[in-house]
Design a protein around this ligand. Structure first.
Ligand code: A2P
Length: 267
């Protein structure tokens, strides 16, 4: 998901939607979410990403953003990092309700249920804004039809950065469409740089067995367990190596297997 730059003025682009921001919420000085109107004819599968940009510049910069809302939502939700001096996020972090955001028309991605073969447990591994595609997937009833248990693990630097995930889980419990599945979902928030109940990187916690001892969950069983991974490039590399160590095989849309990897990474 390498970010691309568009060299054409938005007025001349017919592959772009211009949408209105409906809500912005800042969680920390590094993280914020925004919601915007959804074009009527825009379809996507939960877990996919789109290219997002702003209209003001002569040559708008587009960056890949995982859609955090589920396919059935009337609006689109995104969870973003703010990078000081970042070509897009420096400006995007200042948006307010009523502002316009550009979105390319095609959604794509590998963090989709179609890219996994059937299994019993699904592990969703995220760091930072990597939780965004999983925010979409855990609000899609299909995930609970396909898997008996969903284990969402998010690692962030500090407790405040877990705010979006905690809010998501709380709202999910009360959601009329998916609330009934909440007991199939296990959320395991971790921090690495601030003291919290679960500390350390997910790779160390799983490989050492500490995670399984702590949660009482059975160790990874390659026949029944599936994994989706989303975070920074270094995290993706290390988690993919861990998944292979557990005997899982990487899948894709056209060749489903037992784990999939993607980055929701902007600069
Ligand atoms: P750490 O604090 O040890 O760097 P970031 O905000 O920089 O994207 O990091 C989000 C979280 O991901 C942090 O808790 C960070 O831990 C963790 N992290 C960074 N790199 C890796 C990696 N290669 N494998 C697992 N976790 C990682």
């Amino acid at each position: 998901m390498i970010a691309a730059k568009n060299q054409t003025h938005p007025a001349k682009m017919d592959n772009v939607f211009a949408q209105k921001v409906t809500e912005v919420k800042h969680y920390t000085d590094r993280l914020f979410k925004f919601r915007m109107t959804r074009p009527e004819n825009f379809r996507f599968r939960s877990g996919e990403f789109v290219m997002i940009g702003l209209p003001d510049a002569d040559k708008p910069v587009f960056r890949a953003y995982s859609i955090a809302s589920p396919f059935w939502d009337e609006e689109l939700e995104f969870f973003s990092i703010k990078v000081p001096g970042g070509p897009l996020t420096e400006h995007l972090q200042k948006i307010r309700p009523g502002d316009t955001v550009l979105m390319r028309k095609k959604a794509t991605g590998t963090l989709v249920l179609d890219a996994l073969i059937p299994g019993r447990r699904l592990f969703l591994l995220a760091t930072g804004t990597g939780i965004a595609p999983f925010a979409s997937l855990i609000r899609d009833p299909e995930i609970y039809e396909k898997f008996a248990q969903i284990i969402l693990i998010q690692t962030t630097r500090n407790i405040a950065e877990l705010g979006y995930g905690k809010e998501l889980l709380e709202n999910l419990r009360h959601d009329p469409l998916i609330g009934e599945f909440a007991d199939k979902l296990c959320f395991y928030p971790m921090t690495t740089r601030e003291k919290s109940p679960h500390m350390g990187r997910i790779t160390e916690a799983m490989l050492s067995g500490r995670f399984f001892a702590d949660t009482g969950l059975a160790p990874i069983d390659k026949e029944n367990d599936r994994m989706m991974i989303c975070g920074s490039q270094a995290m993706l590399k290390d988690c993919a190596a861990m998944a292979r160590h557990f005997g899982l095989e990487e899948g894709a849309n056209n060749a489903p297997a037992s784990f999939v990897v993607e980055k929701a990474f902007v600069d």
